[in-house]
Design a protein around this ligand. Sequence first.
Ligand SMILES: Cc1ncc(CO)c(N)n1
Length: 226
Amino acid sequence: MKLITEIMEEKALPIVDKIYNDGFIQGLIRADLSEKAVEHYLKADALYLENFSDIYAILLAKSNDKVEKNFFLGQINFVLNEEIAAHKNLADYIGREYQEIIKGGEWYPSADHYIKHMYYNAFAFGMAEALSAMAPCPWIYKMVARKILANHNLAEDHPLKFWVEFYADGLVDEVLTEYYKIINREAEFMSGEGKQRLIKNFLESCEHERRFFNMAYTQERWELEV
Ligand SMILES: Cc1ncc(CO)c(N)n1
């Protein structure tokens, strides 16, 4: 009997290739990604990661297991304080100060939809539903980064090699192992409908990941001003 998380990853595989072949990642590989695309991505992603750490804090409070709480605590630190290294690589690539770039960001439409998808599941359901919506965050970046390294021999001086290697790093496998332990454990007590929701949450977030990259590539914004 396949684990729910194995079904999730199998069904989501086609979108990894689509993201890899879309403009943002191809531009990153060619190192000709525009300054506007990088600026838009960083403005949106700085807010995305801030909210991702807030959702981890919600799950930390929901958990009654100290090992789980410490996992979420470690992830909050990673997202808030360590992932900034990947952002700074992108900031260096466009030759600007990171803190200056991310000023004045907002939840652009596709990022807004993605963030609310995760919050909705954290507030309206439980930990497994929330983690199923959050798992594509590390998983998609791992899969795309490893595909780039498998298909390209990036030169030592490639300006975005650090970004690719950061997300391809083996540490992400340990993070996903923790996610999947919780998701598969909770799924055992769920109805067919409950299990379907977990899979759908994961697949929807994989599509949100694709939309997020395309949002930055096209500098997507809300049409109407406040
Ligand atoms: C939108 C998004 N997804 C995944 C990651 C990887 O952490 C990120 N930084 N941003």
